[in-house]
Design a protein around this ligand. Sequence first.
Ligand SMILES: Cc1cc2nc3c(=O)[nH]c(=O)nc-3n(C[C@H](O)[C@H](O)[C@H](O)COP(=O)(O)OP(=O)(O)OC[C@H]3O[C@@H](n4cnc5c(N)ncnc54)[C@H](O)[C@@H]3O)c2cc1C
Ligand SMILES: NC(=O)c1ccc[n+]([C@@H]2O[C@H](COP(=O)([O-])OP(=O)(O)OC[C@H]3O[C@@H](n4cnc5c(N)ncnc54)[C@H](O)[C@@H]3O)[C@@H](O)[C@H]2O)c1
Length: 472
Amino acid sequence: MTDSHAAQHDFDLIVIGGGAVGENVADFATRRGIRVALVEEALVGGECSYWACMPSKALLRSGHALRAARRVPGAREAITGSLDAAAVLERRTAFTHGWDDSSQVEWVRTTGIELIRGRARLVGRGRVEVDGRTWTARAVALATGSVPQLPDIPGLADAAPWGTREATAAVDVPARLVVIGGGVAGVELALAHASLGAQVTLLARGGLLGREEPFAGELVASALAEEGIDVRTGTSPTRVDRADDGIVSVELEDGSVLRAEELLVAAGRTPALHDLGLEAVGVDADELVVDDTMLVAGTDWLSAVGDASGRMQLTHQGKYQARAAGEAIAARLQGRPVHDDSWGQHVATADHAAVPRVVFSDPEVAAVGLTEAEAREAGLDVRTVEEGLGAVAGASLQADGYEGRAKLVVDEARGVLVGATFVGQDVAELVHAATIAIVGEVPIARLWHAVPAYPTMSEVWLRLLEAYGRPD
Ligand SMILES: Cc1cc2nc3c(=O)[nH]c(=O)nc-3n(C[C@H](O)[C@H](O)[C@H](O)COP(=O)(O)OP(=O)(O)OC[C@H]3O[C@@H](n4cnc5c(N)ncnc54)[C@H](O)[C@@H]3O)c2cc1C
Ligand SMILES: NC(=O)c1ccc[n+]([C@@H]2O[C@H](COP(=O)([O-])OP(=O)(O)OC[C@H]3O[C@@H](n4cnc5c(N)ncnc54)[C@H](O)[C@@H]3O)[C@@H](O)[C@H]2O)c1
């Protein structure tokens, strides 16, 4: 990146997209003393703050608390009513600050990052046009997020379906809701709306949560069914219509028809890379790939981070990439060495080995690294161990009749953990221990010395290690 000098440009770095990931690229680059502009066309804070992570978790939390109380005698008897949907929606709205980004804008201002409002487009190397004005920079980072996919189902596009934005920002709970998609968003939002009183049907063309260990989707499916959700796996809609009275009809492969006030599509997302002018800089939006410093292949000035990078679509992982990319961009611009060795300062190595994922359903699913199937597909010689969580003292105290399961995937050649999955109430906090074990490549023999406190749910680690056996 030696083409030009800082003074000839408006900025050193322009970050396109002011979601959680763009904010972090800008922040970490600014901390190194380079001049950064952040371009945002909508709300600073992006999808996660206003239409995804935060509102969906706020919608789910009250139902989790109520069910947890019902599972504990003494607390159960103190429950005098049902969930107050209006209060839950109000709490959700508080978490989105009423879809007002002034506090995030204030944060940008205090960091010294220049905020440019408007839609950005690349018009050449280091040239970014926003609403008719062209800004220049020595480097550009794309943090434009992702856009929802609409399955090609006859009638669907004309039936005004909800996307995840409408489901997380809902002002009323529909009486009946059909959800298309058995992935993370479909499962979480089906449960959220069912807890709030909707009669929900969840349609999944495979099983639920197909990217996780099979027992995760199975345990979640039976819990959702117990919660009154009509879970239909192995099915896809064949036609959708919305009648004049507003009711949506969803025809299934077997000819049956579901009717509902709303239909939510949660069928995956793709990187938001189109209409960005990538062709002007010789990059094919459909073929964009990044290296581990998040630099776009074939360029030395353009990075892509977060959902836009085409890697995983998770806020925490995008922010991790952003910390590395922000620092790497600054190092390049300042002529300092870029540490792009595995696990180095400027790379997102964990993307390949240790991505933590939590599905905030009830039971929760918390996993990191490879599933057994992924590990075998990668050619690893793995051994797995599985244990029920209900027999662990900490879990049995957490809830009467606690049901849950945990699994470790061990790479036998290296004697280290490569994957872990926990399913059960309140397991989300268990996964970070596994993340540390994977990233630190902690030998199984050493894990025997990591003593979980009694009586916590972490004692499941002990059960799993005992099942695996103590290496000689
Ligand atoms: C329902 C739902 C729930 C989720 N829950 C979780 C969760 O609990 N935990 C988790 O880790 N992840 C969750 N995710 C995923 C998470 O929301 C995304 O991974 C995260 O938002 C990606 O951040 P980002 O900054 O890359 O993109 P975004 O948050 O989408 O931000 C991109 C920003 O770029 C702006 N932009 C785009 N193009 C332009 C342009 N040309 N010019 C100017 N601005 C532009 C957009 O307006 C947007 O503000 C969830 C997703 C969904 C759909
Ligand atoms: N707790 C979290 O971290 C969280 C929560 C929600 C979303 N997210 C992220 O947001 C992204 C998007 O979530 P998502 O659930 O939409 O994506 P996903 O890829 O997890 O699931 C999409 C689901 O839709 C199904 N599908 C696709 N086309 C279909 C069709 N025609 N008919 C029926 N089913 C169809 C797929 O089989 C899959 O099960 C995910 O990558 C996820 O990482 C994360």
